[in-house]
Design a binder for this molecule. Structure first.
Ligand SMILES: CC(C)(COP(=O)(O)OP(=O)(O)OC[C@H]1O[C@@H](n2cnc3c(N)ncnc32)[C@H](O)[C@@H]1OP(=O)(O)O)[C@@H](O)C(=O)NCCC(=O)NCCS
Length: 182
């Protein structure tokens, strides 16, 4: 993954009905470590990382880069939405020159099942539609990751193809602002 590229960053705070999307802050570090250390969160993302290693390696200000939104509920980080450029060498592309904007999402398990992921991702897609007009957004998730598959469908992603990567079946889909606006 590479950074998103020439977008105005940081954007103004994005407010949804229940959430705020914002840049990361130093006080989010514990939540970032929790996301990387959680066996539940990391089930389809290569497994959890040892907590002591994370305590050593996670920077004092983690996740401060264009395309990474912290999902904030009542002043506390409950997860993150990311937009990065998809690596050209990986399978799954919708543009001949590759490098598509790719959506990613991770929420702390205690925040699952409340509709926060769909609320945050829909807002991030709205931001993309303004910041990168006309650009399609892609998403890749293991087909075994049922919550993620349901989320992709709710957000309006449509299947492009499925392929094997990292020993698992991957679902690769696309979302376009043109599909939403008709
Ligand atoms: C993928 C992930 C973000 C999905 O989170 P989620 O909370 O299931 O997603 P949603 O925001 O769509 O919430 C859906 C659930 O909220 C419920 N819900 C409750 N209140 C709701 C509301 N006001 N609005 C919408 N849904 C609501 C829905 O009924 C649904 O429940 P169910 O799926 O348990 O039946 C989360 O499982 C996660 O972080 N996984 C680990 C990281 C990961 O694998 N990421 C994918 C990498 S490709």
């Amino acid at each position: 993954m590479t950074e998103l590229g020439p977008v105005a960053w940081p954007p103004a705070l994005i407010r949804t009905e229940r959430l705020v999307l914002r840049e990361s802050q130093a006080w989010d570090r514990t939540a970032f470590i929790e996301l990387f250390a959680s066996p539940q969160v990391r089930t389809y993302l290569g497994g959890p990382r040892p907590r002591n290693e994370l305590e050593r390696e996670v920077p004092e200000l983690p996740g401060r880069r264009p395309g990474l939104f912290v999902i904030d509920l009542n002043g506390a980080m409950i997860g993150a939405v990311t937009l990065d450029r998809r690596d050209a060498e990986r399978p799954g592309h919708v543009r001949p020159d590759a490098g598509e904007a790719e959506l990613g999402y991770v929420l702390l398990p205690e925040a699952w099942g409340c509709g926060y992921a769909v609320e945050a991702c829909a807002a991030a897609l709205g931001w993309v539609a303004d910041a990168l007009p006309g650009e399609p957004v892609v998403l890749c998730t293991q087909t075994a990751n049922e919550r993620s598959m349901r989320l992709a469908a709710k957000l309006g992603f449509t299947e492009v193809e499925r392929f094997e990567e990292w020993g698992a079946e991957q679902w690769f889909g696309v979302w376009s602002p043109l599909m939403v606006s008709g």
